[in-house]
Design a protein around this ligand. Sequence first.
Ligand code: URA
Length: 232
Amino acid sequence: MSDDNQLSLFGNAERSQPQPLPNAEKERIPQDGAVPIPPGTYTAIDELVPHCQTCHRCELGNTRTNAVVGRGNPKAPIVLIGEGPGENEDKTGQPFVGKAGQLLEKILASVELTAERDIYICNVVKCRPPKNRTPTAEEMKACLPYLKEQIRLVDPEIILLTGATAVKAVTGDKRGITKIRGQWIEWEGRRCMPIFHPAYLLRNPSRDKGSPKWLMWQDIQKVRSTLDELQG
Ligand code: URA
């Protein structure tokens, strides 16, 4: 399918109508992983911060230093989703500020994208998994409503899913990242692009044709040109 045809798939998407959580229920969110967080619960991203900082919907709340909610433009055309905070992120409360984050900034800058203007950056789980292990299915499930609220509030044109964990957590697609990177996929009426996680690129530094870094360069250019088309 051509890119033009792919883009037309996303035009008339139906999205669920938000039904806010009553205030009394909102009070209980951080303490009870079983309490759902329906769309419409938050009216601004900043409201998530005190909830996430005191959240105990899963065990990660016991070991975090800081919850890491997000950074960048909360009205950006692109939302970028990572897996979860690492050591530097846990210390600072900001996503992607360690080595992987520095590489990510370089990749974005190569096509003139900045977090200040074009991107809102966040993660599947808001608290650091001990020893940077992959978050469990329960942890991702407990945290997913926060991410869905972030996506609803930013309302981006494009979602970048970095690595297989982000793809699986958001879309449920269990395929390996090498199989699906670089192809637009639709999730809840939104245009998503799976890309390699920058930490994977740090472990694979070759820039040769066909290497992960080279493929990332193809993918990020595709994202740039789609954004340009969408923004006219
Ligand atoms: N890796 C991630 O997936 N997210 C971060 O915030 C940092 C590293």
